[in-house]
Design a protein around this ligand. Structure first.
Ligand code: G3H
Length: 237
């Protein structure tokens, strides 16, 4: 399974280096074979060689150039970063990234062979409009995206569950993941208020190939506990 930490706009370079080393040590000490991704704040990107894969939460679709405030692939190459989050709901709904901009970013980093964690998710308003409306909305977030891309990982993150402590029921997560898997065979992560207290149940669901954790991943011990849950589930299959 794939266990991913999205540190968002948190931790300094020093604290991020300490965090990643703590996670790396845990993976080595416990013989973890899960795929573990950590997405630090851009200012904390650094070269890391080990079991932990460090990825970028965002980057501009260009090698370099006059894009004030952005980083491009040239800056990611410096740290051998080849994994990126694209389409995160905070980029869409807080920063205002359009589907067209998301598609351009996807295609640029796909051409470079990046591992892409592509995020989709609906608002509470869309969810409350019913299953048909919700599925149509989620399908619209696939527009322009190559769902056959071999380095694609999908992350379903209901926007209303992000950072709220709210989550869909386990039944809802499982049934939606199975519906999404009818459209795309890529590994499918769940994200949205995953924490130590619910991660084991979520990871055990059919159609869930891992989790993308925000706030609850900031504590490395808690994040490692969730990694261990995934390892235990896989060992017992
Ligand atoms: O990328 C992670 C998601 O936004 C979930 O964040 P959260 O675990 O704080 O709800």
């Amino acid at each position: 399974m794939i266990i991913a930490a999205n540190l968002k706009t948190n931790l300094t370079r020093e604290k991020t280096d300490k965090y990643i080393n703590e996670v790396e040590n845990f993976l080595n000490q416990h013989g973890i074979s899960q795929e573990v991704l950590v997405f630090p704040a851009l200012s904390s990107l650094n070269l890391h060689v080990g079991k932990v894969t460090v990825g970028a939460q965002n980057a501009y679709p260009a090698q370099n150039g006059a894009f004030t405030g952005e980083i491009g692939n040239e800056q990611l190459e410096e740290f051998n970063i080849k994994t990126i989050l694209i389409g995160h709901s905070e980029r869409r709904h807080v920063i205002g990234e359009t589907q067209a901009e998301v598609v351009k970013k996807f295609n640029f980093y796909k051409e470079l062979g990046f591992k892409i964690v592509y995020c989709i998710g609906e608002s509470l308003q869309i969810r409350e409009a019913g299953d048909k409306v919700m599925m149509n909305y989620l399908s619209s977030q696939f527009e322009g995206i190559d769902l056959e891309y071999e380095n694609l990982i999908l992350a379903y993150e209901p926007v209303w569950a992000i950072g709220t402590g709210l989550t869909p029921t386990l039944e809802d997560i499982e049934s939606l993941h199975l519906k999404l898997k009818e459209q795309c065979k890529a590994p499918l992560l769940y994200g949205g208020s995953v924490k130590v207290s619910n991660a084991e149940e979520v990871l055990a669901l059919n159609g869930v190939d891992g989790v993308l954790v925000g706030g609850a991943s900031l504590n490395s011990d808690d994040f490692c506990t969730m990694v261990k849950y995934a390892q235990n589930i896989e060992n017992n299959k």
